[in-house]
Design a protein around this ligand. Structure first.
Ligand SMILES: [Zn+2]
Length: 352
């Protein structure tokens, strides 16, 4: 890893950081929304004898003796699978495959760490140069170095020893972004969102109330506060949140209060569940624009609520329209609603 020498102070300049805590936060918040939550279990400390018992000699040499593996020697260098790279010593999540890039150096390279609790940066003055050494924040294992010749958006290159990491494949959904909407019958909304380009999957479920583990019957009774809801997994490089809002508002009558079409009651009310201020502002702006447009004679009745928890519905509700094309409700309501949405949305849905 004898590449460009930079000092940590150069990084401080780049990120306009003024306190030492920034050291541990380089590149954090990049693609944060793509990454699943991580659990921090506190520091892991062991004696060298204890590390030797659980590590191979190559792993021990890299992580505890600041060794460097031969370039192109790790199979993780070429790994393109979706998943998480963990510290081989303590299983702290270090990097997501979402930030891996081909650096041409022969060492697995990333442009941002998994979280603010993944890495520690310190100055390494060995081998006649000053480099920024990367170690595991939880167990202090040596992992590699960081350089300032990486790609956007951070401009950093975390040059890692593959031996110091273990890779675990993750559900590809973990690399997608989630958005959550209620607009009446979830069978219908699930089928509509799943026909949109850039949406990988939609899950039928319940949200907006307080009852834990609600059942379909409980939600239908109106006693739980929940509404039939869909959780949408989408690729944000293919479809944007405002485009999802367009799908959402176009696929229903957003002026109907506490119901949608033939379904009445709070379980069928319309809600946009926002996950951050940007989603909230985009939604509120969309509603203002729709009210102003004159498209509807009545005011928009869609609620805008912070997302708290989504409860997936019973298995038999998933992919209901696709699996039950002969169902009377599906024929009379879901399929016509899907066709209307596709026609109005045009370019957002794939061709025939
Ligand atoms: Zn570790």
């Amino acid at each position: 890893m004898k590449y460009f020498t930079i000092t940590f102070f150069a990084l401080i300049t780049i990120y306009s950081c003024s306190d030492s805590s920034c050291k541990e936060n380089i590149g954090v918040n990049i693609n944060k929304h793509l990454l699943p939550d991580t659990t921090w279990t506190g520091k892991v400390t062991k004696t060298n004898a204890e590390w030797k018992k659980i590590l191979t000699s190559a792993q021990y040499n890299i992580t505890r003796e600041q060794g460097t593996e031969r370039a192109y020697s790790s199979e993780l260098n070429e790994n393109k699978d979706t998943g998480i790279y963990y510290c081989v010593s303590c299983k702290n999540p270090l990097f997501s495959s979402a930030t891996k890039f081909e650096s041409g150096t022969g060492w697995p390279s990333f442009y941002a760490p998994y979280s603010g609790k993944s890495l520690r940066v310190s100055t390494d003055n060995t081998e006649g140069m000053s480099r920024d050494e990367i170690s595991c924040q939880r167990c202090s294992a040596h992992l590699g170095h960081v350089f300032s010749d990486g790609p956007p958006p951070t401009g950093l290159r975390y040059c890692m020893d593959g031996v110091a990491m273990v890779f675990q494949k993750e559900d590809p959904k973990a690399a997608l972004t989630k958005a959550t909407f209620a607009a009446g019958c979830f069978w219908c909304e699930e089928a509509i969102f799943e026909s949109v380009k850039g949406v990988r999957e939609a899950i039928s479920g319940y949200a907006g109330g307080t009852t834990e583990n609600p059942t379909y019957e409980e939600v239908g009774s109106g006693q739980t506060g929940h509404a039939e809801t869909v959780e949408v997994y989408y690729d944000s490089s293919k479809i944007s949140y405002p485009e999802l809002l367009k799908v959402y508002f176009t696929s229903q009558d957003p002026t109907q209060v506490n119901g949608q079409g033939p379904d009445h009651g709070t379980a069928y009310r319309s809600i946009v569940f926002y996950r951050n201020d940007t989603e909230k502002q985009l939604t509120e702006q969309y509603i203002r624009d729709l009210d102003k447009s004159g498209k509807y004679s009545k005011p928009i009745a869609v609620q805008v609520m912070p997302f708290t928890k989504f409860w997936p519905a019973e298995d038999y509700h998933q992919n209901y329209v696709e699996l039950n094309p002969g169902d009377r409700y599906v024929q009379l309501e879901s399929i016509p609603r899907l066709k209307r949405a596709k026609k109005e949305l045009g370019m957002l849905t794939p061709g025939p």
